[in-house]
Design a protein around this ligand. Structure first.
Ligand SMILES: *[C@@H]1O[C@H](CO)[C@@H](O)[C@H](O)[C@H]1NC(C)=O
Length: 559
């Protein structure tokens, strides 16, 4: 069957039976769609009634927010690669017939445009008689086109595996529904939430969607920036503020375009929530409930009205491993990125295809060399640039004479070899002199690196790892196919350097500050690794990175 990049799934099962059906329906949908899956809820929709059904308003009931949480939770389990978005445009208290403003009587007076145009419409609706399929599909395509701007000639697929069963269920549900009245949801004019919103995932989407259900006018979102990110795990991998805001806007524009969305940077734990007098409700999770209570305390102090605390149930994550927290969180999603390809490698056409060369770099104490050694054990040829750096200073080399000419004979030992300590003292703290030295030495080291790579090729090595602290500063990225960067937080690096090299914390910091900061190195990285956790965790990470690398090399060969 052909694959579509964007699909829209119309769920017609009644609210009571839908929860059990979501996972199987989502996994069938994931076999047809590979990027964005929109979900449109229309419980009870009958696509084989003989007349064309119209979209209707769905009142916001408490069950709906539970359902949405489950939907995003199941999506993470069964179709984690898909960007799932539950569309909420049709969810609203029924516009009353009387009343001042003329409310529209259809949720879609005109078809709503979406960021990704649906190419296929799917449904869990099952006609009782399989012969009706064609009619049902036509009806579904028309229905989808009435609600959203879809690709002309959109295809449709009926996902339901067991025809007939659904009707029985809906009748049962209808009977139950009589007994169990759906509890309406309280809504508020102005709702606020806060968070980092890094790489929008199911828990974020649940929080945002429930907030959208609660808000009937304005939705204010505080997004962590600057100071609020300092203490975060793997903060270097957090998407830039502008990207996170863009993703939020896109998600909310798709899911509830009628809402007035205001996104503001959060520089402290309170931000806009203790300033805005119009806010009525703050949405929190179990973990952030205390934060919500603190907001109200501040609001009392400032004479502002209290906020209603609406707590949502966060999802359990089925895919976590030992270094991740149990709840789906951005930091555990970030830790999953370690060892994976974050950005595609640059065009390597100027390089010989073999060996495939990894440039491995990272700050002092980041565990770069231990990772290089692990890669060597896995089969890579390791090229230690520290060692090559010592070679270029050898008596009689090109660099030896240039350095001597530039810095004078007072840098020589009695045996005419270069005294690295004396040379170091001459350039220490002097940018210009340091550049003068590196301009001499770095090109010479680069030549040695190239030569060593050629040797590795002759020895039949498939992969080389160039272990180079200055890879990026020296501009050696042209020598390698991929850049891998190891990072650890600065405080941890200081501890490691002082223990390993027996220097003071100030000196360790000075050394770290003379290098590129983690964030800047990560900008140039194709793959990021971290040795922050136990050695066993690092080992697994390196193995994962190695396996993924082998796959890339294999794919390259097949092309
Ligand atoms: C849809 O409507 C038709 C015609 O009224 C009816 O026969 C059928 O049982 C309905 N299907 C469902 C699932 O309610």
């Amino acid at each position: 069957m052909s694959m579509f990049s964007t699909g829209i799934l119309v769920l017609t099962s009644p609210l009571q039976t839908l929860p059990l059906r979501i996972a199987p329906v989502l996994s069938s949908a994931a076999q047809l769609v590979d990027r964005t899956l929109y979900v449109h809820l229309h419980p009870g929709l009958n696509l084989s009634s003989g007349s064309q059904p119209r979209p209707a308003f769905l009142p916001p009931v408490v069950d709906l927010s539970t359902l949405i949480a489950r939907l995003y939770n199941n999506a993470a389990d069964v179709c984690g690669h898909l960007d799932v978005r539950v569309l909420l445009t049709n969810i609203r208290a029924q516009p009353s017939a009387c009343g001042g403003t003329a409310a529209p009587n259809s949720p879609f007076p005109t078809p709503q445009p979406l960021f990704h145009c649906p190419e296929v419409v799917l449904t869990d609706f099952a006609p009782q008689d399989p012969h009706q399929s064609r009619q049902v599909k036509q009806c579904l395509e028309k229905y989808a086109g009435h609600c959203y701007v879809c690709r002309p000639g959109i295809s449709s697929v009926l996902l339901h595996p067991q025809p007939g069963k659904q009707q029985q269920e809906s009748q049962d549900a209808a009977r139950n529904g009589d007994e169990r009245k759906a509890e309406p949801m309280e809504t508020y004019s102005d709702v606020v939430v806060g968070g980092t919103f890094d790489r929008l995932h199911g828990a974020h989407k649940t929080l945002l969607s429930v907030s959208c259900l609660l808000a009937n006018r304005r939705f204010v979102i505080g997004v962590c920036d600057q100071a609020m990110l300092k203490k975060k795990v793997l903060k270097e991998l957090i998407e830039p503020y502008s990207v996170r805001v863009q993703r939020l806007r896109e998600f909310l524009q798709d899911t509830k375009p009628s809402l007035q969305v205001e996104i503001v940077p959060l520089e402290d734990p309170f931000g806009v929530s203790i300033v805005d007098p119009l806010l009525k409700c703050i949405v929190v999770s179990e973990e952030t409930r205390k934060g919500g209570e603190a907001v109200n305390k501040k609001r009392i102090e400032k004479g502002l009205p209290l906020l209603v605390l609406h707590e949502i149930q966060l999802l359990k994550d089925a895919h976590r491993d030992e270094i991740e927290e149990e709840k789906i969180s951005s930091s555990s999603l970030r830790s999953r990125l370690l060892g994976t390809l974050l950005t595609a490698p640059k065009d390597p056409s100027h390089l010989p295809p073999t060996p495939y060369v990894i440039g491995l770099t990272g700050g002092s104490g980041s565990g770069k060399s231990s990772i290089a050694k692990q890669l060597e054990v896995l089969g890579a040829a390791r090229i230690d640039c520290d060692k090559l750096g010592q070679e270029v200073y050898q008596l009689g080399t090109e660099a030896y004479h240039k350095v001597l000419r530039e810095f004078g004979s007072e840098i020589l030992n009695e045996d005419k070899t270069i005294n690295r300590r004396a040379l170091g003292a001459k350039v220490f703290g002097n940018q210009e002199r340091l550049k003068c030295l590196t301009d001499i030495v770095w090109p010479e080291i680069a030549l040695l690196v190239k030569r060593t790579i050629n040797q590795a090729r002759e020895e039949g090595k498939e992969v080389c790892v160039v272990d180079a602290a200055v890879l990026l500063e020296a501009g050696w990225t042209d020598l390698v196919h991929e850049v891998w960067v190891t990072i650890i937080p600065e405080e941890e690096a200081v501890v490691r350097i002082t223990e390993r090299d027996g220097i003071s914390a100030e000196d360790a910091l000075r050394r770290l500050h003379s290098q590129w900061p983690n964030g800047k190195q990560v900008e140039h990285a194709n793959v990021v690794l971290s040795t922050l956790w136990e050695p066993e965790v690092t080992r697994k990470q390196v193995l994962k990175a190695w396996k993924l690398l082998q796959k890339r090399i294999q794919q390259k060969k097949e092309r």
